[in-house]
Design a binder for this molecule. Structure first.
Ligand SMILES: Cc1cc2nc3c(=O)[nH]c(=O)nc-3n(C[C@H](O)[C@H](O)[C@H](O)COP(=O)(O)OP(=O)(O)OC[C@H]3O[C@@H](n4cnc5c(N)ncnc54)[C@H](O)[C@@H]3O)c2cc1C
Length: 380
């Protein structure tokens, strides 16, 4: 009989949700994390009375009532609604593309006028492409032009996408952009989901609530003493990198990452919104996040005299940087499959979460996935 039923490697939302659920059915578990804090990528650091999203801005959104009720049973959520704004050469445009954007871009005031403008520009793009003998968009630029036309593409998509990928849109494959939703209503709410918000008091409250009463160890790397940790529990739930688990035996999986430059400013309200995208190529960062707007509204913004902003730079991942976004290309897809085949043969190790499944997961789906794993464990 081992000391713990489960050793959970990683205290992000996957590990914390799984730990919460097994703990409730009387299983003994230990959660370890190599970082000096719990929470994985949703962790926030409180600076000057403001919760700073250390690993990138996180907005919780879902249409799944069960998930919404679950997270709200741990901590209440506020009414934050994500309505990013784009700054292109000093002009501001609402996102996602909607009637406000079209008014700002062309001065059109009715959906009919906006539709006609977009359709005319799409037709122009189609004719230009056909004139060159092509029947299908040959790259991301052509794809975007066919979907929304020249003005929206050049002002709001081109520079931003090139910064994100570190390549020209004409050198990126068309399939990266499948759809570019255009809303013919005045609605700046970025997400279509039924529920969204930020935990009141910040994400650490959510993690602390999930892990209440559960033994945890931070600053503890599983690989620093693997044999010890493996001997401690009946089963391991591993939420770290799957290639690292197998000692990179087939090679390393690639990621893209983001570098953040944080600044404390001596003003209560710097940009008037949590998220501003900088869509021109010549501004080196992609977004500026002003963290206080996630949790402070109205007068609350002015009750805190300072503000914290983070500029986001999209960069190629190398060892030592945080692995953020999996790269969905053939090489990485095939490499992951080889690791997954090994993982499927494990008897006592369960893999879950964004790093172990080499998959981009939003928060709500990662919680749903941990719930599924739990259900499968209970049924066994
Ligand atoms: C920049 C960015 C912005 C995002 N914004 C949003 C958003 O707005 N809305 C949304 O819904 N989702 C967002 N997400 C997704 C969200 O971050 C993920 O859904 C969530 O973090 C996944 O949780 P996880 O537990 O799988 O991984 P993680 O949170 O990464 O947790 C994994 C944990 O495992 C630990 N670990 C790894 N290896 C070891 C080891 N060897 N030993 C011990 N511990 C180890 C790590 O330190 C980490 O704490 C965003 C993601 C990124 C990258």
């Amino acid at each position: 009989m081992k000391q713990f039923d489960y050793l959970i490697v990683g205290s992000g939302l996957f590990g914390a949700t799984f730990a919460y659920l097994v703990n409730r059915v009387g299983k003994k578990c230990l959660v370890i994390d190599k970082r000096p804090h719990l929470g994985g990528n949703v962790y926030c650091e409180n600076v000057e009375g403001i919760n700073v999203h250390k690993y990138g801005a996180h907005i919780f959104h879902t249409s799944d009532k069960q998930i919404w009720e679950f997270v709200n049973s741990i901590v209440e959520f506020n009414r934050y609604t994500n309505s990013p704004v784009a700054n292109y050469k000093g002009m501001l445009y609402n996102l996602p593309f909607n009637m406000n954007t079209f008014y700002q871009m062309w001065g059109v005031v009715t959906p009919e006028q906006a539709f006609a403008k977009i359709e005319a520009q799409k037709q122009e793009a189609l004719s230009a492409m056909r004139a060159e003998g092509a029947t299908e968009p040959r790259n991301l630029e052509e794809q975007a032009l066919m979907l929304v036309g020249k003005d929206i593409y050049e002002k709001l998509i081109k520079g931003y996408t090139e910064k994100q990928w570190g390549r020209k849109c004409t050198e990126l494959p068309a399939f990266i952009i499948k759809r570019l939703p255009v809303r013919l209503v005045f609605d700046n709410n970025y997400f279509n989901d039924k529920y969204q918000g930020i935990p009141i008091g910040g994400y650490n409250k959510l993690i602390d609530g999930l892990l209440a009463g559960i033994e945890t160890k931070t600053g503890t790397d599983f690989f620093a003493d693997r044999v010890h940790w493996e001997g401690l529990a009946e089963k391991i739930v591993f939420t770290g990198k799957i290639d690292e688990f197998y000692d990179y035996r087939f090679g390393k999986l690639d990621y893209r990452t983001v570098r953040f430059e944080d600044e404390i400013l001596d003003t209560p309200n710097y940009q008037g919104n949590a998220v501003i995208n900088y869509t021109e190529r010549d501004v080196p960062y992609t977004r500026v996040i002003e963290h206080k707007h996630f949790e402070m509204f109205g007068q609350e913004v002015y009750d805190v005299p300072k503000t914290i902003v983070s500029r986001e730079y999209s960069v190629e991942w190398t060892d030592g940087l945080e692995p953020y976004y999996p790269v969905n290309d053939q090489r990485n897809g095939e490499l992951y499959k080889r690791y997954k085949a090994l993982a499927d043969n494990e008897q006592n190790v369960l893999f879950g979460g964004r790093l172990a499944e080499y998959k981009y997961y939003d928060m709500a789906p990662v919680i749903a996935s941990a719930m599924n794993l739990f259900r499968m464990q209970v049924e066994i």
